[in-house]
Write a protein that binds this ligand. Structure first.
Ligand code: DX5
Ligand code: ZN
Length: 214
């Protein structure tokens, strides 16, 4: 069964605590926090202060997705804020090996994300050093976008790169619904990030369950 990581980007911020706790009690495995800087992606969202607040609202694993340029400048702040995992974008980092090692040294899990137009091949040099590969199934920047169909193939390509017995999870993010979840899991996804399909649904626990069992 896949892990489900609701993305709070789609939550109602006027009642964020309530929404997170509903997801938490409704079976969310992780809570996904989308950090955007207005440079790497054309949108601005949250910083370490919000991560710290979310950390006080739930005991769930905080999966922090950094869609920012120069993530090295902020890694320590997000770890201090309570992130359990930091995922950086391949496209935003020049010295990826250094950044990955720095995150590990700080004692949290580390992920590398790739945008839909980045060839999966580039992951060969990094896949053995990370805990997670995040395959973007929309162009990073906004919730509520249409799922890109080539993502199934891309997930399978990443899956075939991970050596047997090596604990590297594949996460998929963007346009994930109960309709595509089953095929995503059979393609190799271990963690389903879902914003709209969870927080915009009438029944958050039911939406999480549908994704888990898809
Ligand atoms: C997009 C973010 C996603 C976003 C997904 O750049 O990384 O995590 O919240 O939202 P949905 O599930 O609505 O596509
Ligand atoms: Zn995300």
């Amino acid at each position: 069964m896949a892990l489900v990581a609701p993305s709070i980007l789609a939550a109602d911020f006027t009642m964020l605590r309530d929404q997170i706790q509903t997801a938490d009690k409704g079976g969310a495995d992780w809570i996904h926090v989308d950090v955007m800087d207005g440079h790497f992606v054309p949108n601005i969202t949250f910083g370490p202060l919000l991560v710290s607040a979310v950390n006080r609202m739930t005991d769930r694993f905080l999966d922090v997705h950094l869609m920012i340029d120069n993530p090295d400048f902020f890694i320590e702040d997000f770890v201090k804020a309570g992130a359990d995992s930091l995922t950086v974008h391949y496209e935003a980092v020049v010295h990826l090996n250094r950044t990955v090692n720095r995150i590990k040294e700080l004692g949290v899990k580390v992920g590398v994300a790739i945008n839909p137009s980045t060839p999966t091949d580039i992951l060969k040099e990094i896949v053995n050093d990370v805990d997670l590969i995040l395959v973007m199934s929309v162009n990073a920047g906004f919730g509520g976008q249409k799922f890109i169909e080539s993502s199934y193939r891309r997930i399978s390509e990443v899956k075939s790169m991970i050596p047997k017995g090596k604990d590297v999870r594949i996460e998929v993010d963007g346009g994930v619904t109960s309709e595509n979840a089953g095929k995503l899991v059979s393609s190799g996804a271990d963690v389903l990030v879902a914003g709209t399909s969870v927080f915009k649904s009438a029944n958050i626990p039911a939406a999480i369950k549908e994704l888990k069992t898809a």
